[in-house]
Design a binder for this molecule. Structure first.
Ligand code: GTP
Length: 321
């Protein structure tokens, strides 16, 4: 970065500088800027860091500005500065050194204005203050819009991380997040809450006989059976490998048992297809538990697990509580 001239003898005009455009007294502003240096930057050359705040106005070429590189807060945001535009206003206003990293995208000429002079210009000409306010307000709006987009994207990925990729059911992370709240709500309001633990029968054998892909197809089918048979207020979760779970808010043990019987029957009827060939039907064993006073989510799951174990013991393809 080398000084090639000063503004007064450069041939550039005040109207070339966006921040000073529409000044009512161009001559006075030009006089103040007359001795400000114009620096030449080669392509890919960075503006040398200064410990003092400065305003840079691009006269020719193009700059890229990456935010907050020295604070470790870099978020990958890079803006492109075109002739007439400026960078560094904020550091001048809050009297902090510029934390952005500024690099020339091509050979560029930059007018450098020290902070003291910017303040003098503000005193001298309302137009700079007005243009600065406009620019900052535009930047705040742009930053807010970007923040909103990021929040939406973050929420999208959060939701996505709560869904099991194979079956489309909620996953264990979702369960860990939501079940404690559901249990606390039910305990607080005294409303019932039931849980059905579902495990496909002899699934290892199914995989061994028909292949893992056919096994995946069977898991997807089982998930569809669950989702298709539940009320919109119920939740189906893939708990682990071939174990699934259904949560039934506002549902007592008796009703939960009849829901489980319905699920067991539909599972039995469902047809698994793989490569257009029909495979043997799958069956499932189901264990039902309902929340009792002072129980927590672990007790509720353990009770359904124990019931499921009994269903397996008693011969599978059945419901037990
Ligand atoms: N295809 C497929 N198989 C899975 C997946 N997750 C777990 N499994 C299989 O599910 C089988 C579960 O086997 P086991 O726990 O022995 O139980 P089981 O053979 O179903 O026998 P019982 O539960 O006693 O009726 C294992 O062979 C796992 O590899 C999956 O995502 N896809």
């Amino acid at each position: 970065m080398k000084e090639i001239s000063i503004f007064g003898s450069s041939g550039y005009r005040i109207s070339d500088l966006q921040l000073l455009r529409n000044s009512d007294d161009d001559a006075a502003v030009a006089k103040l800027l007359a001795h400000c240096p114009i620096m030449l930057l080669d392509a890919d050359e960075a503006i040398t860091e200064s410990s003092r705040a400065r305003l840079y106005i691009l006269l020719r070429g193009a700059l890229s500005v990456a935010n907050d590189t020295r604070t470790g807060m870099a978020d990958g945001t890079v803006s492109k500065i075109l002739p007439g535009e400026s960078v560094g206003e904020q550091s001048v206003l809050d009297e902090e050194a510029n934390l952005a990293s500024i690099t020339a995208l091509e050979e560029s000429e930059v007018l450098v204005i020290e902070a003291d002079l910017v303040w003098k210009l503000i005193d001298e000409s309302n137009v700079l203050a007005r243009n600065l306010l406009r620019l900052l307000s535009f930047r705040i709006r742009a930053a807010n819009a970007q923040l909103r987009r990021r929040q939406k994207l973050g929420e999208f990925y959060r939701q996505l991380s709560m869904i099991d990729g194979l079956t489309g059911l909620y996953n264990r992370a979702w369960l860990n997040d939501l079940l404690p709240t559901m249990v606390a709500t039910a305990q607080g309001s005294g409303s019932p809450l039931s849980l059905i633990m579902i495990d496909l029968d002899h699934f290892k054998q199914f995989n061994d006989q028909h292949g893992h892909l056919a096994g995946d197809e069977a898991l997807r089918l089982a998930a569809q059976v669950l989702s298709g048979a539940l009320r919109p207020t119920d939740f189906a979760v893939r708990y682990g490998g071939e174990e699934m779970m259904v949560l039934l808010p506002d549902t007592n043990q008796k009703v939960a048992m009849s829901v489980a019987e319905r699920l067991c029957e539909r599972m039995r009827q469902a047809k698994v297809f793989s490569d257009a060939r029909a495979l043997p039907h799958i069956t499932a064993s189901l264990g039902v538990s309902s929340l009792k006073p002072r129980q927590n989510e672990h007790d509720l799951i353990a009770a359904a697990d124990a019931a499921l174990y009994r269903a397996k013991e008693q011969g599978r393809d059945r419901v037990t509580d």
